[in-house]
Ligand binder design. Structure first.
Ligand code: ATP
Length: 514
């Protein structure tokens, strides 16, 4: 089974077939920002839908939410992001490029310098950067502590110019984008573009409790855009500054958290394999104790073996036991509100207020009817990336094979993810075939995303759909007029069967499982 081994190949396939384009391409492109084209937007929507279906709709214990991207600045003070969400970076004294310290690699043997074209970064450096070990942000870890850790950069290589060991001292680089809100000087304030969707869920915990009948254990899920001013991007849509996350905060009684952690670990791993990712390309990586944020009890990454360069395991999703940290922090945040007003709404002038002694019965506590007691629930958080998942589904589905002496490129997408489910063709553009095919197409498109094509040789049309990952092609031919049957061709096996037009919908529904 052929694999994509170069990032360039997937980038060019994505561009050629309208999956993904560089943002603002007509102006030379904006590094690390991407636009999803006609096929890409369908793929991404399908990834979202599949996540929402599995995590929200198919469960009785999870509800959804859609929060605003801009939130009260105290949210980020309480969560720790305003002070701690940073990467440690060092600047190369030769070319002035800043790199995440945890992304710097040791000099091993003779190493050819990468070309010095930051705007071409995804092509020039994509391969090598995907092979590096991506590490956690220093989120919520004291930057002072991270700085205090001995950082010997004397044998580290600048990924931009190849110079060894000529770096500045490591320094923190804040990852949140800032913006201003308000037209008047006295009521304007600095806000942040959210760097994760999770905090909107914690901030609405009380609202959900008060307006629904949820009882612990239950979860609140959200899909939405997040923004991080990442130091190292590159590698196409794997790491970008604007991206989409799918996050679930699952609230449970302390003491049951280990059970739910295992539950979600398994559920999330299976989600990827159920949607067609090959098991051998997926694994768990358990975080070591010294990697864990101070409040986290356990954390595991679901990693995918991206087949670029030498082939390297990279995080697709993290599943963490966050204990009761977040809700407790937001109770402290709520107690800090007055201080914030008194200090000109300037986060940099204030410290988060301490915790109330009876925090277990604070405003974000849960009242357990049966046990007649209040407590702050623990949280299990599966946090996935929609763009990263879409990239993994794309590279995993990619295949090349030889058919009768010709190369066939195809995307073996799971039907739920395929951008187009069914393509409808008349064999030729005459003898009433286009009219029959159009009628079938108009009927079927009410049920799934379909595509009509009557241009060129039918073999070519099949190949185009193979490359788009379309599971089924229907062809109306001479026989259709005689017996009301059409040819249904399956993408992976290329097998063709004749199906009566009045059975088409049920036939396809069964095959597509929709
Ligand atoms: P990394 O270590 O790769 O920077 P992270 O551990 O900081 O990621 P989390 O904060 O756990 O990531 O975010 C959860 C998920 O969101 C990640 O597993 C990933 O799928 C996605 N994600 C995070 N940052 C980015 C980004 N810059 N671009 C694309 N997806 C991202």
């Amino acid at each position: 089974m052929a694999k994509i081994t170069k990032l360039d190949d997937i980038v060019s396939l994505c561009k050629r077939r309208g999956f993904i384009f560089q943002s603002s391409e007509i102006y030379g492109g904006l590094a690390s920002c991407y636009d999803y084209g006609p096929l890409g937007v369908e793929l991404k929507n399908n990834v979202r839908k599949a996540w929402w279906k599995a995590v929200v709709q198919m469960r009785d214990d999870v509800v959804g939410l859609d929060c605003s991207i801009l939130m009260h600045p105290l949210v980020w003070k309480a969560s720790g992001h305003a002070d701690q969400f940073a990467d440690l970076i060092a600047e190369c004294k030769k070319c002035n490029t800043r790199t995440r310290v945890d992304h710097l690699r040791e000099k091993v043997a003779e190493q050819a310098p990468l070309e010095n074209h930051p705007e071409d970064e995804l092509v020039a450096a994509g391969d090598s950067l995907l092979t590096e070990q991506a590490e956690e942000h220093t989120e919520h870890i004291s930057i002072d502590a991270a700085l205090a850790k001995a950082q010997d950069l004397s044998n580290k290589v600048c990924p931009n110019c190849g110079t060894v060991g000529r770096f500045t001292e490591p320094m923190p680089f804040k990852l949140m984008f800032e913006t201003q809100m308000g037209a008047n000087v006295d009521d304007s304030m600095t806000l942040f573009l959210r760097p994760e969707t999770a905090q909107g869920i914690f901030a609405n915990f009380r609202n959900v409790l008060d307006t629904t009948r949820v009882k612990i254990p239950f979860g609140i899920a959200q899909i939405g855009k997040s923004f991080r001013n990442e130091v190292t991007t590159k590698a196409f849509i794997f790491r970008t500054r604007e991206f989409e996350q799918a996050e679930l905060e699952f609230f449970c009684e302390p003491g049951t958290d280990d059970h739910w952690y295992e539950h979600w670990k398994e559920a999330r791993f299976n989600w990827y394999t159920d949607l067609g990712l090959k098991k051998e390309n997926l694994r768990f990586r358990v975080h070591d104790a010294d990697e864990l944020a101070h409040y986290a009890k356990a954390c595991v990454d679901v990693e995918y073996r991206f087949p670029f360069g030498s082939g390297d395991w990279q995080e697709l999703e993290g599943v963490a036991n966050r204990t009761d940290f977040d809700l407790r922090q937001h109770q402290r945040g709520m107690r800090t509100l007055n201080k914030w007003f008194e200090n000109d709404r300037d986060l940099t002038k204030i410290e988060l207020s301490g915790e109330a002694e009876d925090y277990q019965s604070g405003p974000l506590s849960y009242f357990d009817d049966e046990q007649k007691r209040r407590y702050i629930p623990y949280v299990i958080e599966p946090s996935a990336g929609i763009d990263r998942s879409a990239l993994a589904f794309l590279v995993d589905a990619y295949d090349e094979e030889e058919v009768r002496g010709e190369k066939r490129n195809l995307l073996r997408f799971h039907p739920a993810l395929a951008p187009i489910k069914v393509a409808v063709f008349p064999l030729v553009k005459k003898d009433g075939m286009p009219e029959i095919a159009q009628n079938i197409y108009n009927d079927l498109k009410k049920y799934f995303n379909c595509f009509y094509d009557q241009k060129g040789a039918v073999g070519r049309r099949y190949r185009r759909q193979d490359e788009a990952g379309t599971p089924f092609c229907l062809t109306v031919d001479g026989q259709t007029k005689q017996d009301n049957t059409v040819t249904v061709r399956e993408r992976d096996s290329m097998e063709q069967v004749r199906v009566s037009t009045d059975q088409l919908l049920s036939h396809l529904r069964e095959k597509l499982e929709v």
